[in-house]
Design a protein around this ligand. Sequence first.
Ligand SMILES: *Cc1c(COP(=O)(O)O)cnc(C)c1O
Length: 360
Amino acid sequence: MSRVYNFSAGPAVLPEEVLKEAAEEMLDYRGTGMSVMEMSHRSKAYETIIREAEADLRELMNIPDNYKVLFLQGGASQQFAMIPMNLMKNGVADYIVTGQWAKKAYQEACIYGKANKIASSEDQTFSYIPDCSDLPISEDADYVYICENNTIYGTKFKTLPNTKGKTLVADVSSCFLSEPVDVTQYGVIYGGVQKNIGPAGVVIVIIREDLITEDVLPGTPTMLRYKIHADNGSLYNTPPAYGIYICGKVFKWLKKQGGLEAMKAHNEKKAAILYDFLDQSGLFKGTVRKEDRSLMNVPFVTGDEELDAKFVKEAKAAGFENLKGHRTVGGMRASIYNAMPIEGVEKLVEFMKKFEAENR
Ligand SMILES: *Cc1c(COP(=O)(O)O)cnc(C)c1O
């Protein structure tokens, strides 16, 4: 068996320890004589799995009691619709557009009500986070929406926008559990888990209880109502059971690493290795304004498309996978999520140095 260094933006690298443990439990989960994949989601064994996963996530993120944790399906993209359907009481919401994902969320919200684009960084291909300290927040906005870490462009909100008292809704798909957050600053925090937590198929929604009501847009399907999932403990219908089980293992792994404070320190150290190299390289350069750099997704270019392609090809041959940039951006992108070990980044930088020496 040989494992590569996987820099994929998602689905992405998972802790090896977690995969091994899941492999050991594959055929017989703790004496049940069956795999978690084969188990009723109403069984005692599964009930324990999902409730423990929730409890561990609550502990990791210090989630207050007046927030619900929902394990749903449909990916982050389904939340683009679910959020306006459930939260647009006045039919108005403000969107800060800092990348493709925020733009898609904004476009989806336009289907359901009056969505206002109150700030954008599209003028410079989303390479920075706009100043959000004094935005023209709409009087009657039901919420203000952000994508906190922009997976494709590699930017991150270092301070949350001033929402002037309005509810903040954040897509944290690609920075979920990468550092501590103050949950009380948000009305809704959500993300697809396939970036920084687990396998594709699960989306986690952390939502303040007062936002969960029967008062949703007319025509909202039952499955797209937060209330039905909250009232049923994420077991209204069959949940993505195996995916939640793996997420639960990752939560335990994170606790063992020292929790989110420790992950933040680890992630800062790891990202600095790559950014410090990019800042002094004569060949490679980062594409994002320095103060807005993501700790999770690091896009970079040589400035020459052919050389970029050569780099991606040679890197792959050397065991560094999925370094090709997003199809809309080009160049390279290294996604260095929680589960990417420090030596993966150290070895990548060594390889980049060698490539630079050979291609000057
Ligand atoms: C990947 C991603 C999405 C889309 O996720 P799906 O689960 O494929 O719908 C949305 N937002 C962000 C920030 C992402 O990184």
